[in-house]
Design a protein around this ligand. Structure first.
Ligand code: SAH
Length: 348
């Protein structure tokens, strides 16, 4: 784990119950105290040690000397007037900003969380990467996006997508710890079957994730079917090409039994022909998968376009080729719900 401490104090919200128990024993306390504290933090979700009322004042003081409780403050909360989408701009304790989006689907509310401040990956169409990378988020900062979004909105999140700002597999250890905290019985106890992790294709990390067999859905940002086109859109393709990526996806399915989801953002005149559809069908043939066709979301720095009609047309082509594909619904169109855009406006 990288950034765990604030001077000498430990970031208690990033600690597993096991780590907290060891630490409490080391401080001369009984192990059940760790469970009590963990429940205060992750179930009752208090934000100060002083709110842990079944602990003595002496113990609460001891806790404040050893640990600190990470915080996020919401500096903007935008609500769509078109649908149930809500967007949060959070300020981190070091003054950086991240975005979180709450969306409503038939199966319940879903939260899109950020995993880094900025991004190193350099995808041409993505607003999150334009100003570069600042730092990775700590497990606590990923988790607090859920706690604060639920608290502020009064809504209950039933699924999480790691599709906000950043590349989750470039912050592997902290993301895995976040998943451990999220699914722990004494915490939120969310089944990881309700979590999707989206990656631009860090192949070595896909193999590592498969080994952990966490039960989550892996979502691959594919967006093109030839190395030439994909490398032009996504620099990561020069490091891991399409054939290495697809091999890792097949391995992920073989190890975990989880169907892979592919994101394909359609760009007029770039990746939208019948040849592209045929090449895509060939790439996923024989692999249990689902393709999400998304009309590219226009960002002001780039001249990429698409439309819902084009996405529907491309999706029909795929379906005609026997591919399991749907067009992703556009939510929160009036509040620029696509990731990275609000933070950029705010910081400039
Ligand atoms: N780094 C991860 C997750 C964050 S991006 C990844 O690359 O998957 C979440 C998704 O939004 C990715 O599929 C990404 O390619 C897509 N995306 C980014 N900018 C977009 C835009 N302007 N229009 C449509 N999709 C975009």
């Amino acid at each position: 784990m990288n950034i765990l401490t604030d001077n000498a104090r430990l970031d208690i919200l990033s600690m597993s119950l096991e780590e907290l128990t060891d630490k409490m024993l080391g401080l001369g306390e009984k192990s059940f105290r760790a469970s009590q504290i963990y429940e205060w933090l992750h179930q009752k979700r208090v934000r100060e040690f002083s709110e842990m009322t079944n602990l003595s004042l002496a113990l609460r003081n001891k806790l404040s000397n050893e640990f600190y409780i990470e915080k996020l403050s919401c500096v903007r909360n935008l609500k769509s007037s078109l649908d149930e989408t809500e967007k949060f701009l959070f300020e981190l304790s070091d003054g950086n900003h991240i975005e979180t989006v709450l969306m409503s689907y038939e199966h319940g509310d879903s939260l899109c969380v950020s995993t880094q401040v900025g991004c190193k990956m350099g995808c041409r169409f993505c607003a999150s990467t334009i100003a570069g990378f600042k730092r990775s988020l700590k497990p606590s900062e990923i988790l607090l996006q859920l706690y604060e979004a639920e608290r502020i909105s009064g809504r209950k999140v039933s699924s999480i997508v790691l599709m906000g700002i950043g590349e989750p597999l470039d912050n592997f250890d902290n993301v895995v710890r976040f998943l451990e905290l999220l699914s722990s019985e004494k915490g939120t106890n969310m089944s990881l079957r309700h979590v999707s992790l989206s990656t631009c294709g860090l192949v070595d990390k896909i193999y590592e994730l498969a080994e952990l067999n966490l039960g989550l859905t892996l979502s691959i940002s594919l967006h093109a079917t030839t190395d030439e086109k994909r490398s032009a859109l996504m620099p990561v393709n020069k490091r891991y090409n399409i054939s290495e990526l697809m091999k890792a996806c097949r391995d992920y399915f073989a190890t975990t039994g989880r169907r892979i989801s592919f994101e394909y953002s359609l760009i007029d005149g770039t990746n939208d022909t019948m040849e592209d559809a045929k090449a895509l069908a060939k790439l996923v043939s024989g692999m249990p998968s689902h393709i999400n066709v998304i009309p590219i979301n226009k960002i002001k720095e780039r001249d990429y376009h698409s439309s819902r009609t084009a996405a529907e047309g491309f999706c029909k082509k795929l379906q005609g080729l026997g591919v399991n594909a749907t067009v992703r619904r556009t939510l929160g169109a009036d509040i620029d719900a696509a990731c990275g855009q609000l933070r950029r406006e705010y910081e400039i």
